[in-house]
Design a protein around this ligand. Sequence first.
Ligand code: SIN
Ligand code: FE2
Length: 213
Amino acid sequence: MMPDLFLEERRHIILSPGAILLGGFALNDAEKLLVQIDHLATFSPFRHMITPGGKIMSVAMLSSGTLGWVSDQKGYHYTHTDPKTGKSWPPLPPEFLALAQNAARSAGYHDFKPDSCLVNRYVPGARLTLHQDKDERDQTAPIVSVSLGLAAYFLWGGLQRHEHIKRHKLFHGDVVVWGGHSRLAFHGIAPLEEEIHPLTGSIRYNLTFRKSG
Ligand code: SIN
Ligand code: FE2
């Protein structure tokens, strides 16, 4: 585990205009959030989606909220129902919503009303290649992204795919918020290293809150 002193030092880091890393922001809620993730997975199981190019994603996902992000051979899109169960996605747990809104507010986004939370599950070796979050109809709202469990390197670029990429290590409880000029910044997650976290073992979870509709 990281010593508290180090946490203090990395409290708030501006990644680019409109984008901020809130170090440890979700630490106090982390255990509750992990319980909720397990609960959500009993309604909508984690699954490895297929990219439009036909590859199986190394990250397993589920969604909650009125809309859920899915990838399949037709492309990336939002749906009202879980294609795996044929039912609505499970509703956003109140703890999730409160945390996302508090984090957005701390980053200067006061009216964040997410309708979707994508839960990503990574094991060592899993990664998310560089991409923009641009499947949302409303791109004025920020993105709130919560890291739990194993640490990972967040790749943070610019508005063009080939702009210089910086790496920021995201630890259990860290939250990244990006909007405004950085809303469409390229980002990704480098392949996870083999490690063990005291709460999640060899797993990293990420909650991505978005206003999609
Ligand atoms: C994402 O970009 O959708 C997830 C980022 C992360 O896992 O931290
Ligand atoms: Fe993303």
